[in-house]
Write a protein that binds this ligand. Structure first.
Ligand SMILES: [Zn+2]
Length: 345
């Protein structure tokens, strides 16, 4: 059924019909059309007729989505572009094109370039990362970086973060316990290790980019090689976390970090409404494909998912194919990428 036909049938503005189409929920529909029906025909049988016709339109709209219903913002479309070694610098020269670019560098390392041209590097495990394309092991090839985020203290996430923070003189943000240990051990000066914690939202790159730290179900001991004794020591690494990053045009990415299943994934999805979720699927230390698929199907219902943290080491056996199979029929689009690919949103 077309939008104008539905609008004529009910005798209500087209906008009202659009609001009542999927994905708006049925409760809202019932209340809206009940009110409209009562206004037009009174609260008697005609009002009930309005409600009935509204429900009928909704059902038809669900079967054949109304042409005018913008069920997805154009920005949700993603495509993968191979980013070759020599393109490393060029990759973020499109930065102010109004799009969000996500360069996956293997394991959990990603470089996010916002529509306004800010560059956020997350979990920069690069020089020792078997999956990082060789050109990016040269840290200079990363181009401009404005901020580093680290989900937890493990080496495959903290990685080259401290070195990059010092070389570029940019802040490295992890949970308060991790950053405090980095300062106490003399790894970073305090001005490059600002503290924050879960549920906090910060805007270090300006009001247009909001970064919220959220829960992750994992561990975060900091293994540190003492330069005097040459022995490895274990220190407090704070809580493991994920990040919700909202960029200038409202696009939201949930970078989960390393995590097992936890039921507040549903709360985080409901509350922050991420457009894209980066989910670990390798298993052994984190969710495996079956776990991650459960979160997608029953708790998060994301429009876009990028599986990561798999295949880097032999124990991380989960694969995107298993993940896709475990999700089954779904409106969630699983993005397929390989290290070195840039996804554009
Ligand atoms: Zn990890």
């Amino acid at each position: 059924m077309t939008l104008p036909a539905c609008s004529r049938l009910l005798g209500v503005p087209r906008f009202s019909i659009w609001v009542a189409t999927p994905p708006m929920n049925l409760l809202l529909l019932s209340r809206l059309l009940g009110t409209l029906g009562a206004q037009r025909w009174g609260s008697g049988p005609m009002g009930r007729r309005g409600l009935f016709l509204g429900a009928l339109c909704w059902a038809l709209g669900a079967a054949h989505p109304l042409q005018a219903a913008p069920t997805e913002a154009p920005a949700s479309e993603a495509h993968a572009v191979n980013t070759h070694a020599t393109d490393a610098h060029a990759a973020n020269t499109h930065a102010t094109s109004g799009q969000t670019q996500l360069l996956w560098l293997g394991q959990s390392a990603v470089r996010l370039t916002t529509p306004g041209g800010k560059v956020i590097l997350v979990d920069p495990f690069l020089t020792q990362n078997p999956k990082t394309p060789p050109p990016y092991k040269n840290l200079e090839a990363l181009g401009k970086i404005d901020l580093i985020l680290v989900t937890h203290a493990h080496g495959d996430h903290l990685g080259d973060g401290p070195e990059l923070a010092k070389k570029r003189h940019i802040p490295l943000i992890g949970s308060a316990g991790l950053d405090q240990s980095l300062v106490d051990l003399g790894v970073l000066p305090a001005e490059l290790a600002p503290r924050m914690d879960k549920s906090g939202t910060i805007t270090p790159l300006g009001e247009g980019i909001r970064i919220t730290m959220v829960h992750a179900e994992h561990s975060s001991a900091l293994e540190w090689l003492n330069p005097v004794t040459h022995k490895t020591e274990t220190h407090v690494g704070g809580e493991p976390v994920g990040f919700i990053i909202e960029v200038e045009n409202g696009f939201k990415v949930w970078i989960m970090g390393d995590t097992g299943l936890f039921s507040d994934m549903k709360f985080i999805a409901d509350y922050y409404r991420p457009d894209l979720v980066l989910m670990p699927i390798g298993g052994h230390y984190t969710m495996d494909p079956k776990d991650a698929a459960y979160a997608v199907r029953y708790w998060i219902h994301p429009r876009l998912v990028l599986p990561y943290h798999y295949g880097t080491f032999p124990v991380l056996t989960g694969t995107p194919e298993e993940f896709i199979r475990a999700i089954g029929p779904s409106r969630t689009k699983v993005l397929e990428a390989k290290p070195g690919d840039t996804l554009t949103f």
